[in-house]
Design a protein around this ligand. Structure first.
Ligand code: PGA
Length: 249
């Protein structure tokens, strides 16, 4: 049985003060449960405050939205996985479609970032997903597999077994359009097959999240699909009551 993951990707929302207020409200409303994993991905300047707010709640994890592939150096404006860890983060998003589309992140960069994340002792959550034109051309699986294979290419087998993956069709992100659970299931199955082969048939505990216009009304149906092991939520994670409902799904 794979424990579902409910991950809030706040993108460029909520500085330290709003982060602290949100988390205190959320923690008061959400009693610890050991049948699910909750992760918050606030913006980098809010990580330290979030780490402090979550210090007594090991059931709620903290993640960073993006890291550089080097551990330190002359990279103005960048954040390292080690710095995120210092703030209390244990997870890092890698290759979110906004990083790929808006900031020119390539598959090879995601591979280097995954390696940096693992080197720092964090868990990578690698995001993959096809654009609308790729979806319409019927090449979803080949795009996703290319992103996946390159993204994990610098990791050891043992490191693959503990990472997280999110399938987020680009056309579903922030658009109000959600993939049908059965369509997402096909992609999730292909991802799982790849990991099963890469890991040589080891027991499969890999958790594959779905993301893209998840909200309080569609969360239950999506997370109930056999291959969907959790949700990566943007817009609907920004309002504490809505997010608390989703996490309680
Ligand atoms: P959305 O974003 O839920 O607002 O569609 C999801 C994501 O980008 O991770």
């Amino acid at each position: 049985m794979r424990k579902p993951v409910f991950a809030a990707n706040w993108k460029m929302h909520y500085g330290p003060q709003e982060t602290r207020a949100f988390l205190l409200k959320f923690l008061a409303a959400y009693a610890p449960r050991d049948d699910r994993t909750v992760i918050f991905f606030p913006p980098a300047p809010s990580l330290a405050v979030a780490g402090f707010a979550l210090r007594d709640r090991p059931d709620v994890l903290l993640g960073v939205q993006n890291v550089h592939w080097e551990d330190k150096g002359a990279f103005t404006g960048e954040t390292s996985a080690l710095m995120a860890r210092d703030c209390g983060a244990t997870v890092a998003l890698v290759g979110h479609s906004e990083r790929r589309q808006l900031f020119g992140e390539t598959d090879e960069m995601t591979a280097r970032k995954c390696a940096a994340v693992v080197r720092a002792g964090l868990t990578p959550l690698l995001c993959v997903g096809e654009r609308l034109d790729e979806h319409e051309r019927g090449i979803t699986q080949s795009i996703v597999m290319r992103q996946l294979k390159t993204g994990v290419s610098r990791l050891e087998k043992s490191q693959l077994a503990t990472m997280l993956v999110a399938y987020e069709p680009v056309w579903a992100i922030g658009t109000g359009k959600t993939a049908k659970p059965e369509d997402a299931t096909l992609v999730h199955s292909a991802i799982r097959r790849y990991f099963r082969e890469a890991l040589g048939g080891q027991p499969d505990s890999l958790r594959i999240l779905y993301g893209g216009s998840v909200n309080a009304d569609n969360a239950a149906e999506l997370v109930a699909a056999p291959e969907i092991d959790g949700l990566l939520v943007g817009g609907a994670s920004l309002e504490v009551d809505t997010w608390t409902r989703i996490v309680g799904t």
